[in-house]
Design a protein around this ligand. Sequence first.
Ligand code: GUN
Length: 293
Amino acid sequence: MAHLIDGKQFAAKLREKMTGQIASIKADHNIVPGLAVVLVGEDPASQVYVRSKGKQAKECGITSIEHKLEDTTSQEFLLNLINEMNNDPAINGILVQLPLPKHIDSAKVLEAIDPAKDVDGFHPINVGMLSTGGKGMVPCTPLGSLMMLQDYHGDLTGMTAVVVGRSNIVGKPMFNLLLQQSCTVTMAHSRTKNIEDVVRAADIVVAAVGVPELVKGDWIKPGATVIDVGINRIQLEDGKTKLVGDVHFESAQKVAGAITPVPGGVGPMTIACLLYNTMVAACRHNNVELPAA
Ligand code: GUN
């Protein structure tokens, strides 16, 4: 049976380390990192995310500001709010929760955020920084996935990795992060031919396609490490619902060397990395070194 990579525990350890680092930034420089989260509309999943972001930020010593706006909010209002936050020195991180209502151009909104405050790492400047190896902001879910891989394996140099799913939020940045770590990386997606064979060639599999239980046990190389980014709610025959990943956990755990569960794998790491990015941004804005953990 595969080793279970416990994202919940890893995230709790990371938050504990950050709490100490944030306390020392305050003690030494009188800086308190500030995170602003903007939620437009009433999407229930987004409301849950935003609530946990705010709660965990405060627990780590980060000031958390929430802007909850009506779903009829105009794009102009949102752009003005972002502009104000870009100019507010107390705010180090700005996150606009996606998806946005249809009448708002998401790309335009994300591009309005100061790249130095873009703790989601979605601004085109940060996307470019990641692919050229610059000092930008790295998207939270891929960053959390990489941290877990490095914690388990140490150096990833020379390993073969397959990323399944080519989204801008996870797949593409994950590809670049693994490449930066000198993995030999393949990007697989819905049009990849013989995808099972492509996945079976990899020492590391990152599944981020949004298709429930797509990656089966017999797609996986024996002993490989599997990071399951998917969170899908499926309906069971008895009418109940269940959260599953993009990997068929039951068959995969019999073949893999290590695997992240859903829930309790990548999910908790995403929020922890958002707080990490906010702490890093606060240090960069004030020209202070990030204290050792
Ligand atoms: N909606 C779901 N996940 C995310 C995320 O990581 N960032 C933002 N901004 N919106 C999301």
